[in-house]
Design a protein around this ligand. Sequence first.
Ligand code: PBG
Ligand code: ZN
Length: 324
Amino acid sequence: MSNLFPITRLRRLRQNKSLRRLFQETEFRLDNLILPIFVEEEVDDFVPITSMPGVNRIPERMLAREVERYARAGIKSVMTFGVSHHLDESGSDTWREDGLVARMARICKDAVPEMVVMSDTCFCEYTNHGHCGVAHNGDVDNDATLVNLARQAVVAAAAGADFIAPSAAMDGQVQAIRSALDAAGLNHTAIMAYSTKFASSLYGPFREAGGTVLKGDRRSYQMNPMNRREAVRESLLDEQEGADALMVKPAGAYLDVIADIRGVSRLPLAAYQVSGEYAMIKFAALAGAIDEEQVVRESIGAIKRAGADLILTYFAMDLARDGI
Ligand code: PBG
Ligand code: ZN
Protein backbone atom coordinates (compact mmCIF):
# COMPACT_ATOMS: atom_id res chain seq x y z
CA MET A 1 0.00 0.00 0.00
CA SER A 2 2.80 2.39 0.78
CA ASN A 3 4.34 2.45 -2.71
CA LEU A 4 1.28 3.21 -4.92
CA PHE A 5 3.13 6.40 -5.83
CA PRO A 6 4.65 6.99 -8.36
CA ILE A 7 2.38 4.59 -10.33
CA THR A 8 -0.84 6.26 -9.22
CA ARG A 9 -0.80 9.95 -10.11
CA LEU A 10 -4.21 11.59 -9.78
CA ARG A 11 -2.83 14.76 -11.35
CA ARG A 12 -2.84 12.95 -14.73
CA LEU A 13 -6.52 13.79 -15.09
CA ARG A 14 -6.08 17.44 -14.10
CA GLN A 15 -3.37 18.46 -16.54
CA ASN A 16 -5.46 20.77 -18.73
CA LYS A 17 -8.90 22.22 -19.06
CA SER A 18 -10.21 19.59 -21.49
CA LEU A 19 -9.21 16.78 -19.18
CA ARG A 20 -10.71 18.56 -16.21
CA ARG A 21 -13.99 19.06 -18.06
CA LEU A 22 -13.98 15.49 -19.34
CA PHE A 23 -13.70 14.07 -15.86
CA GLN A 24 -15.96 16.51 -14.06
CA GLU A 25 -18.53 14.57 -12.05
CA THR A 26 -21.11 17.24 -11.23
CA GLU A 27 -22.92 19.77 -13.40
CA PHE A 28 -25.83 22.08 -12.72
CA ARG A 29 -28.27 23.53 -15.20
CA LEU A 30 -30.58 26.52 -15.23
CA ASP A 31 -33.42 24.02 -15.76
CA ASN A 32 -32.95 22.76 -12.20
CA LEU A 33 -32.94 26.16 -10.47
CA ILE A 34 -35.93 27.81 -8.83
CA LEU A 35 -35.96 31.58 -8.27
CA PRO A 36 -37.64 32.72 -5.03
CA ILE A 37 -39.39 36.08 -5.45
CA PHE A 38 -40.99 38.60 -3.07
CA VAL A 39 -44.12 40.36 -4.27
CA GLU A 40 -45.52 43.36 -2.40
CA GLU A 41 -49.08 44.54 -2.80
CA GLU A 42 -50.18 48.20 -2.97
CA VAL A 43 -46.81 49.73 -3.83
CA ASP A 44 -45.70 51.41 -7.04
CA ASP A 45 -41.95 50.86 -7.04
CA PHE A 46 -39.42 48.13 -6.47
CA VAL A 47 -38.33 48.05 -2.83
CA PRO A 48 -34.65 47.15 -2.35
CA ILE A 49 -33.96 44.63 0.42
CA THR A 50 -30.95 46.14 2.16
CA SER A 51 -29.80 42.88 3.75
CA MET A 52 -29.88 41.19 0.32
CA PRO A 53 -28.12 43.56 -2.10
CA GLY A 54 -29.44 43.01 -5.63
CA VAL A 55 -32.78 41.58 -4.50
CA ASN A 56 -35.93 43.74 -4.57
CA ARG A 57 -39.51 43.32 -3.55
CA ILE A 58 -41.51 43.36 -6.76
CA PRO A 59 -44.59 45.61 -6.83
CA GLU A 60 -47.56 43.40 -7.63
CA ARG A 61 -48.42 45.45 -10.68
CA MET A 62 -44.98 44.79 -12.19
CA LEU A 63 -45.08 41.05 -11.51
CA ALA A 64 -46.27 39.98 -14.96
CA ARG A 65 -43.49 41.94 -16.65
CA GLU A 66 -40.90 40.51 -14.26
CA VAL A 67 -41.98 36.92 -14.84
CA GLU A 68 -41.77 37.50 -18.60
CA ARG A 69 -38.24 38.80 -18.09
CA TYR A 70 -37.25 35.71 -16.07
CA ALA A 71 -38.68 33.43 -18.76
CA ARG A 72 -36.72 35.24 -21.46
CA ALA A 73 -33.56 34.72 -19.40
CA GLY A 74 -34.27 30.99 -19.21
CA ILE A 75 -35.71 30.67 -15.71
CA LYS A 76 -38.13 27.73 -15.57
CA SER A 77 -39.61 28.09 -12.11
CA VAL A 78 -40.36 30.66 -9.41
CA MET A 79 -41.35 30.34 -5.76
CA THR A 80 -43.70 33.15 -4.71
CA PHE A 81 -43.64 34.95 -1.36
CA GLY A 82 -46.16 37.69 -0.65
CA VAL A 83 -45.47 40.86 1.26
CA SER A 84 -48.90 41.52 2.65
CA HIS A 85 -50.56 44.73 3.85
CA HIS A 86 -53.45 42.70 5.24
CA LEU A 87 -52.20 41.09 8.42
CA ASP A 88 -54.53 39.53 10.94
CA GLU A 89 -54.56 36.96 13.73
CA SER A 90 -54.74 33.89 11.47
CA GLY A 91 -53.42 35.10 8.10
CA SER A 92 -56.82 34.81 6.46
CA ASP A 93 -55.80 36.81 3.38
CA THR A 94 -53.95 33.66 2.25
CA TRP A 95 -57.15 31.73 1.63
CA ARG A 96 -59.19 34.50 0.03
CA GLU A 97 -59.85 33.84 -3.64
CA ASP A 98 -58.80 37.42 -4.37
CA GLY A 99 -56.02 37.46 -1.75
CA LEU A 100 -52.35 38.01 -2.49
CA VAL A 101 -51.41 34.31 -2.62
CA ALA A 102 -54.05 33.60 -5.27
CA ARG A 103 -53.28 36.76 -7.24
CA MET A 104 -49.55 35.97 -7.43
CA ALA A 105 -50.25 32.50 -8.85
CA ARG A 106 -52.77 33.88 -11.34
CA ILE A 107 -50.52 36.72 -12.51
CA CYS A 108 -47.49 34.45 -12.99
CA LYS A 109 -49.41 31.78 -14.90
CA ASP A 110 -51.26 34.31 -17.07
CA ALA A 111 -47.98 36.03 -17.95
CA VAL A 112 -45.99 32.86 -18.74
CA PRO A 113 -48.11 29.67 -18.76
CA GLU A 114 -45.07 27.39 -19.01
CA MET A 115 -43.42 28.91 -15.92
CA VAL A 116 -43.60 26.37 -13.08
CA VAL A 117 -45.13 28.32 -10.22
CA MET A 118 -44.51 27.14 -6.67
CA SER A 119 -46.63 28.81 -4.03
CA ASP A 120 -44.90 29.08 -0.66
CA THR A 121 -47.66 28.01 1.68
CA CYS A 122 -47.36 29.53 5.13
CA PHE A 123 -48.79 32.35 7.23
CA CYS A 124 -45.86 34.24 8.74
CA GLU A 125 -46.04 37.04 6.14
CA TYR A 126 -49.78 37.41 6.74
CA THR A 127 -50.18 37.19 10.52
CA ASN A 128 -49.95 40.12 12.92
CA HIS A 129 -47.75 38.06 15.29
CA GLY A 130 -45.45 36.66 12.62
CA HIS A 131 -45.81 32.99 13.53
CA CYS A 132 -46.35 30.36 10.82
CA GLY A 133 -49.88 29.50 11.89
CA VAL A 134 -52.57 29.92 14.49
CA ALA A 135 -50.85 31.35 17.58
CA HIS A 136 -51.83 30.09 20.98
CA ASN A 137 -50.09 31.37 24.14
CA GLY A 138 -46.93 32.21 22.20
CA ASP A 139 -46.89 28.80 20.52
CA VAL A 140 -48.54 27.58 17.32
CA ASP A 141 -51.59 25.31 17.31
CA ASN A 142 -50.60 22.51 14.95
CA ASP A 143 -53.95 21.02 14.02
CA ALA A 144 -55.81 24.34 13.76
CA THR A 145 -53.06 25.48 11.39
CA LEU A 146 -53.53 22.37 9.21
CA VAL A 147 -57.10 23.43 8.46
CA ASN A 148 -55.89 26.83 7.25
CA LEU A 149 -52.99 25.35 5.26
CA ALA A 150 -55.47 23.13 3.42
CA ARG A 151 -57.68 26.15 2.61
CA GLN A 152 -54.74 28.20 1.35
CA ALA A 153 -53.45 25.30 -0.75
CA VAL A 154 -56.78 24.79 -2.50
CA VAL A 155 -57.08 28.51 -3.27
CA ALA A 156 -53.51 28.74 -4.60
CA ALA A 157 -53.90 25.61 -6.71
CA ALA A 158 -57.24 26.76 -8.12
CA ALA A 159 -55.56 30.07 -9.04
CA GLY A 160 -52.98 28.17 -11.08
CA ALA A 161 -50.05 27.27 -8.80
CA ASP A 162 -48.36 24.12 -10.13
CA PHE A 163 -46.81 23.29 -6.77
CA ILE A 164 -47.94 23.86 -3.23
CA ALA A 165 -44.86 24.30 -1.05
CA PRO A 166 -45.86 24.16 2.62
CA SER A 167 -43.19 25.80 4.80
CA ALA A 168 -45.07 26.10 8.08
CA ALA A 169 -43.30 23.06 9.59
CA MET A 170 -46.53 21.65 11.05
CA ASP A 171 -46.80 17.90 11.63
CA GLY A 172 -49.13 16.30 9.11
CA GLN A 173 -49.17 19.27 6.73
CA VAL A 174 -48.45 17.29 3.57
CA GLN A 175 -51.22 14.81 4.22
CA ALA A 176 -53.70 17.56 5.09
CA ILE A 177 -52.88 19.44 1.89
CA ARG A 178 -52.90 16.33 -0.32
CA SER A 179 -56.35 15.28 0.86
CA ALA A 180 -57.76 18.79 0.52
CA LEU A 181 -56.40 19.17 -3.01
CA ASP A 182 -57.76 15.78 -4.05
CA ALA A 183 -61.15 16.49 -2.50
CA ALA A 184 -61.28 19.72 -4.53
CA GLY A 185 -60.50 17.85 -7.76
CA LEU A 186 -56.98 19.32 -7.89
CA ASN A 187 -55.20 15.99 -8.05
CA HIS A 188 -52.67 17.26 -10.59
CA THR A 189 -51.31 19.95 -8.30
CA ALA A 190 -48.02 18.72 -6.86
CA ILE A 191 -46.51 19.20 -3.41
CA MET A 192 -42.95 20.36 -2.86
CA ALA A 193 -42.58 19.70 0.87
CA TYR A 194 -40.24 21.82 2.94
CA SER A 195 -39.65 18.43 4.50
CA THR A 196 -36.47 19.12 6.45
CA LYS A 197 -36.65 22.71 7.59
CA PHE A 198 -34.25 23.78 10.30
CA ALA A 199 -34.79 26.65 12.75
CA SER A 200 -31.86 28.50 11.19
CA SER A 201 -30.44 31.93 11.91
CA LEU A 202 -29.64 32.06 8.19
CA TYR A 203 -33.24 33.16 7.55
CA GLY A 204 -32.39 36.58 9.02
CA PRO A 205 -32.52 38.64 5.81
CA PHE A 206 -35.75 36.90 4.76
CA ARG A 207 -37.51 38.45 7.72
CA GLU A 208 -36.77 41.90 6.25
CA ALA A 209 -37.55 40.73 2.73
CA GLY A 210 -40.91 39.26 3.66
CA GLY A 211 -41.77 41.95 6.18
CA THR A 212 -42.47 39.47 8.98
CA VAL A 213 -43.05 40.88 12.43
CA LEU A 214 -42.07 37.89 14.59
CA LYS A 215 -40.56 38.72 17.97
CA GLY A 216 -39.75 35.23 19.26
CA ASP A 217 -38.43 32.27 17.31
CA ARG A 218 -39.76 29.19 15.54
CA ARG A 219 -37.93 26.52 17.51
CA SER A 220 -41.06 24.76 18.69
CA TYR A 221 -41.97 23.84 15.11
CA GLN A 222 -38.85 24.09 12.91
CA MET A 223 -36.09 21.52 13.43
CA ASN A 224 -33.08 21.73 15.72
CA PRO A 225 -30.10 22.36 13.38
CA MET A 226 -28.04 19.84 15.34
CA ASN A 227 -30.26 16.85 14.48
CA ARG A 228 -29.17 14.70 11.57
CA ARG A 229 -31.21 11.53 12.13
CA GLU A 230 -34.39 13.47 12.79
CA ALA A 231 -33.85 15.27 9.49
CA VAL A 232 -34.19 11.96 7.67
CA ARG A 233 -37.30 11.04 9.68
CA GLU A 234 -38.96 14.32 8.69
CA SER A 235 -38.34 13.73 5.00
CA LEU A 236 -39.43 10.10 5.03
CA LEU A 237 -42.64 11.08 6.81
CA ASP A 238 -43.43 13.66 4.15
CA GLU A 239 -42.78 11.04 1.48
CA GLN A 240 -45.31 8.75 3.16
CA GLU A 241 -47.80 11.61 3.44
CA GLY A 242 -47.72 12.04 -0.32
CA ALA A 243 -45.07 14.65 -1.11
CA ASP A 244 -43.99 14.75 -4.76
CA ALA A 245 -40.62 16.27 -3.93
CA LEU A 246 -38.61 16.82 -0.76
CA MET A 247 -36.49 19.76 0.35
CA VAL A 248 -33.66 20.55 2.73
CA LYS A 249 -33.38 24.11 4.00
CA PRO A 250 -30.91 25.79 4.41
CA ALA A 251 -28.55 24.11 1.95
CA GLY A 252 -24.86 24.97 2.25
CA ALA A 253 -24.35 24.09 5.91
CA TYR A 254 -26.53 20.98 5.62
CA LEU A 255 -24.82 18.97 2.88
CA ASP A 256 -24.61 15.91 5.17
CA VAL A 257 -28.38 15.99 5.52
CA ILE A 258 -28.86 16.32 1.75
CA ALA A 259 -26.59 13.32 1.20
CA ASP A 260 -28.40 11.25 3.86
CA ILE A 261 -31.84 11.90 2.38
CA ARG A 262 -30.59 11.27 -1.16
CA GLY A 263 -29.46 7.87 0.10
CA VAL A 264 -32.81 6.75 1.52
CA SER A 265 -35.48 8.32 -0.72
CA ARG A 266 -36.09 8.07 -4.43
CA LEU A 267 -38.13 11.27 -4.54
CA PRO A 268 -36.74 14.35 -6.26
CA LEU A 269 -34.82 16.35 -3.68
CA ALA A 270 -34.53 20.13 -3.60
CA ALA A 271 -32.27 22.29 -1.44
CA TYR A 272 -32.88 25.95 -0.56
CA GLN A 273 -29.88 28.27 -0.53
CA VAL A 274 -31.52 30.74 1.84
CA SER A 275 -31.37 34.50 2.32
CA GLY A 276 -28.49 34.37 4.84
CA GLU A 277 -26.41 32.21 2.51
CA TYR A 278 -27.05 34.74 -0.25
CA ALA A 279 -26.14 37.64 2.03
CA MET A 280 -22.90 36.02 3.23
CA ILE A 281 -21.68 35.54 -0.33
CA LYS A 282 -22.91 38.92 -1.54
CA PHE A 283 -21.44 41.01 1.27
CA ALA A 284 -18.13 39.15 1.18
CA ALA A 285 -17.96 39.80 -2.56
CA LEU A 286 -18.87 43.48 -2.11
CA ALA A 287 -16.03 43.74 0.41
CA GLY A 288 -13.68 42.35 -2.21
CA ALA A 289 -12.88 39.26 -0.15
CA ILE A 290 -14.10 36.66 -2.66
CA ASP A 291 -14.96 36.36 -6.34
CA GLU A 292 -18.75 36.36 -6.43
CA GLU A 293 -19.35 34.36 -9.60
CA GLN A 294 -16.81 31.69 -8.68
CA VAL A 295 -18.17 31.29 -5.17
CA VAL A 296 -21.75 31.15 -6.41
CA ARG A 297 -20.85 28.39 -8.88
CA GLU A 298 -18.89 26.50 -6.26
CA SER A 299 -21.65 26.72 -3.65
CA ILE A 300 -24.43 25.68 -6.06
CA GLY A 301 -22.21 22.92 -7.47
CA ALA A 302 -21.49 21.61 -3.99
CA ILE A 303 -25.20 21.49 -3.13
CA LYS A 304 -25.77 19.50 -6.32
CA ARG A 305 -22.80 17.23 -5.59
CA ALA A 306 -24.21 16.44 -2.15
CA GLY A 307 -27.33 15.06 -3.85
CA ALA A 308 -29.84 17.84 -4.54
CA ASP A 309 -31.67 17.62 -7.88
CA LEU A 310 -33.20 21.08 -7.65
CA ILE A 311 -31.83 24.22 -6.03
CA LEU A 312 -33.74 27.28 -4.89
CA THR A 313 -31.40 30.24 -5.09
CA TYR A 314 -31.61 34.04 -5.22
CA PHE A 315 -28.65 33.84 -7.62
CA ALA A 316 -30.75 32.11 -10.33
CA MET A 317 -31.14 35.28 -12.44
CA ASP A 318 -27.41 36.11 -12.12
CA LEU A 319 -26.56 32.60 -13.33
CA ALA A 320 -29.09 32.92 -16.15
CA ARG A 321 -27.42 36.17 -17.22
CA ASP A 322 -24.02 34.49 -17.18
CA GLY A 323 -25.46 31.90 -19.55
CA ILE A 324 -24.86 28.61 -17.72
C1 PBG B 1 -41.64 31.04 5.81
C2 PBG B 1 -40.33 30.90 5.13
C3 PBG B 1 -39.09 31.33 5.58
C4 PBG B 1 -38.21 31.07 4.55
C5 PBG B 1 -38.93 30.44 3.52
N1 PBG B 1 -40.24 30.34 3.92
C6 PBG B 1 -38.71 32.02 6.83
C7 PBG B 1 -38.76 31.30 8.10
O1 PBG B 1 -39.11 30.12 8.17
O2 PBG B 1 -38.44 31.92 9.11
C8 PBG B 1 -36.76 31.40 4.55
C9 PBG B 1 -36.17 31.65 3.22
C10 PBG B 1 -34.89 32.38 3.23
O3 PBG B 1 -34.33 32.72 4.30
O4 PBG B 1 -34.40 32.65 2.14
N2 PBG B 1 -42.07 29.98 6.57
ZN1 ZN C 1 -43.78 30.72 7.89
